[in-house]
Write a protein that binds this ligand. Structure first.
Ligand SMILES: C[S@@+](CC[C@H](N)C(=O)[O-])C[C@H]1O[C@@H](n2cnc3c(N)ncnc32)[C@H](O)[C@@H]1O
Length: 200
């Protein structure tokens, strides 16, 4: 259930780069919630894309990465940012060389400190329907909502809407359609990805 990998679904992340960064980069604080982050490849991939494209304003970004984590180990893995070779081998060479280095334990690589500073893990159950905070600029929730029934999906998306700042964004995976019960709360940003902007 916690299947994930670095640079998964790059097309959706490129939509974030092209549409979300320009809209949020002038904000003093850019708060992002990665809901259902698994062991961290997703929030760290997002952090890399933001750092590569935002220049100095990247220092204003915080990614709050959360998961229900039935194993009890995700917090340690995400916060330490150490991954074995087989999990980092898909990362493009230039990016890998820039943001990862061997950590002393052969075959294991640590994420650069500037990215680890930006990503903060918390345990969180989406079905509690209590947001981790409000005024978020972006909520990313990919490959998680499919595990919920329709009523749960609708309630979780309402909670996301409530947690977003005015003009904030919500992105989910390509195959996850916005339920009709909540579609009035968001406007689609593009036709070819599940990227939405909060209607005020
Ligand atoms: C398939 S992984 C997706 C990881 C990442 N978002 C990605 O797309 O690569 C699904 C994640 O959702 C988490 N999850 C499942 N139910 C959840 C819940 N109620 N609250 C928070 N996270 C949950 C699982 O623990 C798992 O890590």
């Amino acid at each position: 259930m916690a299947f994930t990998y670095f640079f998964r679904d790059l097309q959706t992340l490129e939509m974030v780069r092209d549409h979300v960064i320009p809209a949020l980069r002038s904000r003093r604080f850019i708060k992002i919630w990665d809901a259902g982050c698994a062991m961290g490849p997703e929030p760290y991939t997002l952090a890399i894309i933001l750092r590569e494209n935002m220049g100095p304003t990247f220092r204003n970004v915080k990614i709050y990465a959360t998961d229900i984590d039935e194993s009890g180990h995700f917090g340690e893995i995400v916060n330490n940012g150490i991954y074995p070779k087989d999990q980092v081998k898909r990362i493009p060479k230039r990016i890998f060389e820039k943001y990862f280095k061997e950590n002393g334990n052969p075959g294991h690589f640590i994420v650069a400190e500037k990215l680890r500073r930006c990503v903060e893990y918390q345990h969180h159950d989406l079905l509690s329907l209590v947001p981790i905070m409000k005024d978020l600029g972006l909520i990313m929730c990919k490959n998680v909502l499919l595990h919920f029934n329709e009523k749960e999906r609708v309630e979780v998306i309402k909670m996301f809407h409530d947690a977003l700042a005015k003009g904030g964004f919500f992105v989910t995976e390509q195959t996850q359609k916005m339920p009709s019960q909540v579609s009035r709360l968001f406007e689609p940003v593009v036709s070819h990805a599940q990227l939405f902007r909060k209607r005020s």
